[in-house]
Design a protein around this ligand. Structure first.
Ligand code: ADP
Length: 409
């Protein structure tokens, strides 16, 4: 196959993020992928839409375009124009496929999947369990199909990596018939990141992934932990939706479910109001008004008590999951930090494992202070359990999975 470019699309309700990569053949492959361009259209449908496009190989600088972009069709056309201006048009024969990030694959989709009408219908059937995400992903797919109907379109699911969870971890302890009828179970998210980071971490340790046990902490604005045994996920902190688990930028993570009935009964809040509270006005932002760890760190330095408490709650929850997944796995080879907070916030990494020498866990202060874009160890030499920072790359993972699928056809 000569075509080696993959366009990766991540379509949100009012945004479209994209990356164009070259894989295989001359483009690289096996981690040698070349990133050709990246960008984002935000506030689609509003007067203040903006497109930011960055060619990465032509030496041209970042370009911005302001002004209303009516819908996702118009957004993708604008992206195609920008790419064409760099000689990377979507009609180029080098373009092999479009890879779509799809948030929810339910129980049906556990592998990257070539999209046809039946697959699209099935993704639509999952909208009730992913009302905030799947509709936007479907829009992205339809838009891309209209622009390049002849091109293979591949869906890569956020839930897929977690499909290996045993029933003991995937089921909630609620009435089985009700759960099954309404597909209520734990699916997990951020799977593309957990999969990529697990593989890279095993590489860093010089171990075969099938013999490596990891606790992966994906700490971005959304955050999730996973327990990975021999390359397969055995538990993860997000559940039916991305609300469960760790304290996040704007999401509460775990709460007693009775909080929901309580707020309904005493505060008259309906389901949508509680949904909005727990997803958008909770977590770090709900606790202290900021969801950016840099800002929280700065405020702590100034003696701000609300920021300190928010940090402490965040760390307490993180340590609970670390301990839980240590017990789930029995033997842990490494604890791996990734995503915006995990890759950059040294104080979070330090606090997460402080005092856990008894479990073989520690960070070396100097190594922890090093900044960089490469996977690296931050535990002291000879530590029983490695602690690592492994930058995630969901677009690369989607591109590689898409490329592997279409080149095997
Ligand atoms: P998402 O993809 O979930 O939107 P990211 O993985 O990009 O999020 O993470 C974004 C978060 O990372 C920010 O909200 C901020 O808290 C944190 N972050 C980014 N850079 C730094 C930094 N240099 N130091 C500390 N935290 C950082």
């Amino acid at each position: 196959m000569t075509a080696s470019r993959i366009l990766v699309l991540n379509s949100g309700s009012s945004s479209l993020k994209y990356q164009l990569l070259a894989l295989g053949g001359d483009g690289g492959g096996n981690g040698n992928a070349a990133r050709l361009a990246t960008g984002l259209v935000e506030r689609i449908g509003e007067e203040t839409s903006r497109l930011v496009h960055e060619p990465l190989t032509t030496g041209g600088g970042r370009r911005e375009r302001d002004g209303r972009v009516a819908d996702h069709d118009a957004a993708l056309e604008a992206v195609a124009d920008e790419l064409a201006a760099d000689g990377l048009g979507l009609d180029a024969p080098e373009l092999a496929a479009i890879g779509h990030r799809v948030v929810h694959g339910g129980l049906r989709f556990t592998e990257p999947t070539l999209i046809d009408d039946a697959v699209l219908t099935e993704i639509e059937r999952l909208v009730p369990v992913a009302p905030l995400h799947n509709p936007a992903n479907i829009t992205g797919i339809r838009t891309a199909q209209r622009l390049r109907p002849d091109l293979p379109q591949v869906a890569v699911f956020d839930t897929a990596f977690h499909a290996t969870m045993p029933e003991s971890a995937a089921r909630y302890a609620i009435d089985v018939r009700t759960a099954d009828e309404h597909r209520v179970r734990r699916y997990g998210f951020h799977g593309t990141s957990h999969a990529y980071v697990s593989r890279k971490a095993a590489e860093l340790l010089g171990r075969d992934p099938s013999e490596t046990n990891l606790i992966v902490l994906h700490l971005g604005n959304g955050a999730s932990a996973s327990a990975v045994r021999g390359g397969r996920c055995v538990d993860t902190s997000m559940g039916l939706t991305p609300l469960e688990g760790l304290v996040m930028g704007t999401r509460s993570g775990d709460v007693d479910p009775a909080v929901v009935f309580h707020l309904h009964r005493v505060a008259g809040m309906d389901a949508d109001a509680v949904d909005e509270l727990l997803n958008k006005r909770s977590g770090l932002v709900g606790l202290c008004g900021d969801n950016d760890m840099r800002e929280i760190d700065r405020r702590i330095g100034e003696g701000d008590e609300a920021a300190r408490l928010a940090f402490d709650i965040y760390i307490h929850r993180l340590r609970k999951y670390l301990g839980a997944y240590y017990a789930v796995l029995g033997r842990v080879d490494a604890v791996v930090f990734t995503a915006g907070v995990g890759e950059n916030a040294a104080p979070v990494r330090e606090a997460a494992v402080a005092g856990l020498e008894g479990l073989g866990l520690a960070v070396d202060k100097d190594l922890n202070a090093v900044r960089g874009h490469e996977p690296r160890l931050i535990s002291p030499e000879g530590a029983r359990v490695a602690v690592a920072v492994v930058p995630t790359d969901e677009e690369l993972e989607i591109a590689e999975q898409t490329y592997t699928l279409v080149s095997a056809r």
